[in-house]
Design a protein around this ligand. Sequence first.
Ligand SMILES: C[S@@+](CC[C@H](N)C(=O)[O-])C[C@H]1O[C@@H](n2cnc3c(N)ncnc32)[C@H](O)[C@@H]1O
Length: 223
Amino acid sequence: MIIDYKKYPTPRMRHHTAPNLYVPFNEFKVLPRYYPPIMPEIDWSMYFANAAPPTVLDIGCGRGGFLLEYALRNPTVNIFGVEVRKQAVEWIDSIIKGEQLPNAGVAWYNTTNGLPFITSESVDAVCYFFPDPWHKKKHHKRRAFNTLLVQEIHRVLKPTGTLYLMTDVEEVDAYQQEVLKAHTGFEFAYASDDVWDLPRTDHENFSIKKNIPYIRATVRKRF
Ligand SMILES: C[S@@+](CC[C@H](N)C(=O)[O-])C[C@H]1O[C@@H](n2cnc3c(N)ncnc32)[C@H](O)[C@@H]1O
């Protein structure tokens, strides 16, 4: 099946959303009125036809090209995307509903709040692709890939599970390896093209089009 994207005109989307939406909810005295839901738990029947929890997560799924293609290629696997830009989520959701995809779900969510709605050791793959680099030091705290998220990824992955990473920013690669190393529960390895069997993401297509080199890595759970 191929999605006819002409049926779903892309809304104009900003690269970033309001700065306070990247802040964890527990850092606010009063939560901003317009803040992504906290989601301590999820009724999976709201997202997936088989009501089962997802076994693949797409963190910061952006415009959802990877999420949708993965769902089409793997009809027996539930894939769940989380994304902090509400417009992107609403657009992806309109495609999921329009195409009646039974195994794709997406939620407006800020991952600096962890992944409390995912059961421990229930996920085969966590995908974290082309994160916003937030180059300036004063913006580093907006990076979603922090100690908490890495702990959460480790918690939700099955013992055989893998975290898949891609970035076209060397500094982000170095930063991510540092955070992973500090955790100690992961085995990082760069991945060559021949071992990578995943659909392309929207940002990956952009990097290819612009001839921007990028790295791929597989990070296995060590214990
Ligand atoms: C450069 S885009 C890459 C999108 C997609 N993964 C791809 O490869 O095409 C990074 C995405 O991460 C999202 N993001 C950044 N911080 C986030 C957070 N704390 N929670 C959820 N999504 C976040 C951004 O809104 C953006 O859509």
